[in-house]
Write a protein that binds this ligand. Structure first.
Ligand code: SAH
Ligand code: SF4
Length: 402
């Protein structure tokens, strides 16, 4: 086996890895005043420049030194695919190591959300997830996460300046999950014009398990949040976890109020362990315990994601059991229901997996049962299914190239 030694460029600092304080330290080492670091930060995250040479408020010598002694990676996607009339855009980034990661930008009538990857591949092995089939290739650095957000911010700038026709697409009839009478379900029932002009939301729901890469992920969050840069509010960011209890407990103590989504997918331990091996390490009782403490500490709403797999976890009994679990009628103490929301996600088919997407009728029955028992519940319809850009599909291109 041959190992690839890092080239000299790969050992240079990636500017996207640096907080403003880190950048000030670097510039101090270079004998530069602190305000230069603020200028660079602003150029990167407000002006969204693609190269230090374009930072025209810096002296030329400093710009050249930045080009020679730092890097900005990954900056350009290897490939961008679009769907839904250009309102869904998936980027494939090649990392210097050769690993590939994907990000998805979804433009809605009044907002724009980017779905960010936190690892190349994922080691958690959920049986319904395309990323899971890859295993963990490697953790992403903070800069590799920040760069995905910068890509999306640039796409939005292009979108807004081009004034592209921004009709919200109609989904094909057989994918018509929305109920016209239920505006809460997250899907368009009629074409609308998008007035979104900038990136407004970030979800860490791409490839990988964020809490398995917690420290780097959190550094990325802080850089993305910095008001002197991208200035994304903590409440506009959501992290999704497979259910790593230590991560949930840690998030509860953080100063920034990032939103939390927890992948549940089953109402009992046997089924959950069969779908998600992580449940053997952190079974439902431990997960609900951590969630209860999180809710008590933060007072913020949590959403539970529940992927519906035809005939596996989508029967009325599963819905009733799930309601009982959350209400505390099934053993472990219940949760404060006003802080709980269940998001039903019809499974996005992954080629080769012996699983099926629940029929619409079953999805709606499941939703009704939860609602009747006092649990807020919506159905999420994924964007970009045709370009394999929906949750859990991020790995298609990767697999194809391997
Ligand atoms: N690792 C984290 C975040 C990334 S996955 C987690 O598991 O929560 C984001 C969401 O997509 C999770 O709820 C995951 O269960 C779900 N998902 C995975 N594969 C899917 C698929 N094929 N169809 C629909 N949702 C899927
Ligand atoms: Fe990893 Fe999330 Fe996929 Fe599970 S669902 S394998 S945790 S990315």
């Amino acid at each position: 086996m041959t190992t690839i030694a890092p080239t000299k460029r790969e050992t240079l600092p990636n500017l996207f890895d640096l907080s403003l304080a880190d950048m000030e330290r670097l510039l101090a080492e270079w004998g530069q005043p602190a305000y230069r670091a603020r200028q660079i930060f602003r150029q990167l995250y407000v002006n969204l420049v693609e190269t230090p040479l374009a930072m025209t408020d810096l002296p030329l010598a400093l710009r050249e030194r930045l080009v020679a002694e730092t890097r900005l990676e990954p900056l350009t996607p290897k490939q961008v695919q679009t769907a839904d009339n250009g309102l869904t855009r998936k980027a494939l980034f090649q990392l210097p190591s050769g690993a590939l990661v994907e990000s998805v930008l979804m433009i809605y009538p009044d907002r724009a959300t980017v779905c960010v990857s936190t690892q190349a591949g994922c080691g958690m092995g959920c049986v319904f997830c395309a990323t899971g089939t890859l295993g963990l290739l490697r953790n992403l650095s903070p800069g590799e996460m920040v760069a995905q957000v910068v890509w999306a911010a640039r796409e939005m700038r292009r979108f807004a300046s081009g004034r592209q026709p921004a009709q919200t697409p109609r989904l094909p009839e057989d994918d018509a999950w929305w109920m016209p009478d239920d505006p809460e379900n997250d899907a368009p029932s009629a074409p609308q014009i998008s007035s979104a002009s900038r990136l407004t939301n970030i979800v860490f729901m791409g490839m990988g398990e964020p809490f398995a890469n917690y420290d780097r992920w959190w550094r990325a969050v802080e850089i993305i949040h910095d008001p002197r840069g991208l200035n994304m509010g903590a409440r506009s960011m959501t992290v999704s976890t497979v259910g790593l209890v230590p991560g949930i407990r840690r998030l509860a103590r953080e100063a920034l109020p990032i939103n939390l989504a927890i992948s549940l997918h089953a109402p009992n331990d046997d089924l959950r362990s069969a779908l998600m091996p992580v449940n053997r390490r952190y079974p439902l009782a431990a997960l609900l315990d951590a969630t209860r403490d999180y809710l008590a500490a933060t007072g913020r709403r949590v959403s539970f994601e529940y992927v519906l797999l035809q005939g596996k976890n989508d029967e009325p009994e599963h819905a009733a059991k799930l309601a009982a679990l959350l209400r505390g009628e099934a053993g472990p103490a219940g949760l404060p229901l006003h802080l709980v929301h269940v998001n039903l996600i019809p499974w996005n088919p992954v080629p080769g997996m012996p699983l099926g997407r629940s029929e619409r009728r079953r999805v709606l029955t499941f939703q009704r049962i939860l609602r009747e028992r006092g649990i807020a519940c919506t159905v999420r319809v994924e964007r970009g299914v045709t370009i394999a850009a929906a949750c859990g599909q991020l790995a298609g291109t990767l697999n194809a190239e391997r």
